[in-house]
Design a protein around this ligand. Sequence first.
Ligand SMILES: Cc1cc2nc3c(=O)[nH]c(=O)nc-3n(C[C@H](O)[C@H](O)[C@H](O)COP(=O)(O)OP(=O)(O)OC[C@H]3O[C@@H](n4cnc5c(N)ncnc54)[C@H](O)[C@@H]3O)c2cc1C
Ligand SMILES: Cc1cc2nc3c(=O)[nH]c(=O)nc-3n(C[C@H](O)[C@H](O)[C@H](O)COP(=O)(O)O)c2cc1C
Length: 740
Amino acid sequence: MRRLHSFLGLVVAVLAVVLAISGAILSLDPALERWGSTIPANGQINVATLAGRVAQHYPGAEQIQRSPSGSVIVYYNQDGQTGVDRVDPQTGRGIVPHAVSPFSRWTKSLHRSWLLDTPGRVASGLIALAMLVLSVSGSVLLVRRLGGWRHLADSLRGNFIQRWHTQVGRVVVLGLLLSALTGLYMSAATFALISDGMQDEPDFPSAVAGGPAAPVTALSALVATDLNNLRELVYPSPGDSSGVYSLATDQGEGYVDPSSGALLSYQPYGGFRQAYELIYKLHTGEGLWWLALLLGLCALSVPLLSATGALTWWQRRQSMPRIVGNSAANLADTIILVGSESNSTWGFANTLHEALRKAGLRVHTAAMNQLAAEYPKAERLFILTATYGDGDAPSSANQFLARLGKVKSPSKIGFAVLGFGDRQFPQFCKFAYDVEATLLAQGWNRLLEIDTIDRQSGQAFTRWGNAVGQMIGHELNLVHTPKRPRTDAFELIERADYGEAVQAPTSILRFAAVPPQGFKGHVMGLLGGHGLPHFEVGDLLGVVPPGSAIPRFYSLASKSGDGFLEICVRKLPGGLCSEFLHGLPPGGRMDAFIQLHPDFRPAAGKAPVILIGSGTGIGPLAGFIRNNTGKHPMFLFWGGRDPASDFLYKPELDAYLADGRLTGLHAAFSRIQNGSYVQDRVLADATQLRELLENEAQVLVCGSRTMAKSIAQALDEILVSLNLSVATLKAQGRYREDVF
Ligand SMILES: Cc1cc2nc3c(=O)[nH]c(=O)nc-3n(C[C@H](O)[C@H](O)[C@H](O)COP(=O)(O)OP(=O)(O)OC[C@H]3O[C@@H](n4cnc5c(N)ncnc54)[C@H](O)[C@@H]3O)c2cc1C
Ligand SMILES: Cc1cc2nc3c(=O)[nH]c(=O)nc-3n(C[C@H](O)[C@H](O)[C@H](O)COP(=O)(O)O)c2cc1C
């Protein structure tokens, strides 16, 4: 879906911008026209009265038209000269000569047919179709990205350009859908693919009453027609004794006998004609000036959507490694499929691809989601995949398991899985293990035992390469140095140090963005704001310490809206990143990037929130409380060593308790007399917790893996009597962990 959206967007971008801008210009017409017209109340002026007033000023009137926006226009012939005037319906007096401006005519022709004839009309129709597909695919992508319709109003994720694209798209999508759909219908009607009902014209009356013509003000059919329903009144030719008035209203068409005033051969509009008129009105806004302005505003977003869409596509393309000499899937003897979220696994795959190619194999490398239904020549399949979330697939592999069953003759292809992960996460390389188990269960032939790579270890990759080399009978020397991720600079503006006395030096570090130099910095300054990338509390900060290309992750204790970036870091003896961060003086800088972590945050709603953590795990929990401005019930259970030394966030928590953002604070300290751990506090408050959990409370746990395990055990004990368990809460999305 994303590929269809990007491809189509790129192909039609320029044409769609022209169509949208010309549409936006035309959308002003109904409002301008309406502004210059007098609209009488219903029942105030009938067509006979109007015709009488017009006759006083235009004895040679030939036709009266009322536009959907309410202007009344008279076509007349005076002394052999024809003219067209806009008239005041109250008096019948002319206001100005009526003429469509050449610019307006040109814009309309550009919009409808690219100043060409039939080929231009076909082009406009095709662009309307493309806009429809883009609006629908964009909506589907947006809903998927936000995690369902219910989250449609949630805050958006991604970098500055992606967020502008999705934010603007979210606001205008309904308008663009309406314009595209109605435009497409009108094109179809132009090419007679759909009937517009115009063929159902009334028959010319076979006989008229004869006799002298009555004054126009006395004609009963005209007296019975309100001006606001009039479309057009065409006068009979002067001197034609069998001539009739031709009357069109918004309901139908007929003829009026000039002597009896009777309505002859009246034909009400059929369903097709009514549908066409409604759709025409919805597309042009004629008669609905406010809709026209709204649609015009939506159309103005198209240049912005095209530019941000193209930039997003370009950024994504730039971040993907280029695979040189990639064989077609149906010709390759060796397939490499990659599961990756932030692209580092692609670098390893590329190294493997090159080495196998040099060994004389025909190699095809692709994302796991691009698994083909058939690999006719393939002898071996390598799967290199990372794991994300709580042991889940990364985004380029999230449809892989569902597609696997459709592959033809899998038993002929041998496979080997290599997992990429980080032992700090509880579910180390879990997705890679799931993939291997599924391949075995579906009858694939395993060539090598599954292997894993912790934190992009180059040595482990080389070792695996040796095993692959033995298997294919060709020495493989896989040397891969991970690329340093793209980072931004941040400057330390504030720090609070705790825990030195209890051998747990921990600091709360607050950073500001370092504005980029030059033009980009100038633009960002003009746009205002704090220059921080977008992030939410609970997302991760990937810090790249000097001397390493491998980032260390820290749970964010602030959201970008707070105006600063805050993390809580424990110093580990000999730890490269934590020691570097602890050594930063105010004004010191670090290089870091935001890693989204949408699985860890309170779900929307008013259910009570139970926050549980120990040590630095308090960081995001304190951030959730800081942002609990709606003052939903929030309870914090937290464990430290000694309140005199490492009671992290103590002043802030006291303030949150006082102003109601925090409902209850339950702290436990292990290195004091009769010390206890946070799981002990949880067990001691079992009654209250049970009550909260019965009331749909959700639980968020953050901190060390051992603590998280003890908490899960304690809660399982508490939940037994409710016939609930941590596993059930997890399945219901009410138990979320950020554990390291
Ligand atoms: C999702 C996630 C969130 C995290 N959030 C935070 C956070 O909010 N605050 C925070 O301080 N840390 C957090 N961490 C841990 C952090 O990413 C680093 O691993 C930690 O700071 C150590 O990095 P280092 O460069 O100092 O140590 P390294 O140079 O990587 O390692 C040095 C030594 O320390 C050992 N070591 C590494 N990590 C640990 C550990 N956690 N416990 C004990 N020994 C360890 C290593 O085995 C090695 O022997 C988080 C980790 C993850 C995966
Ligand atoms: C939010 C997040 C969640 C992760 N979850 C896991 C996990 O559950 N198990 C694991 O082994 N690794 C986990 N990892 C580590 C990645 O799998 C690892 O860094 C991998 O090398 C990234 O590869 P990629 O850059 O190709 O996406 C996680 C990383 C992040 C940022």
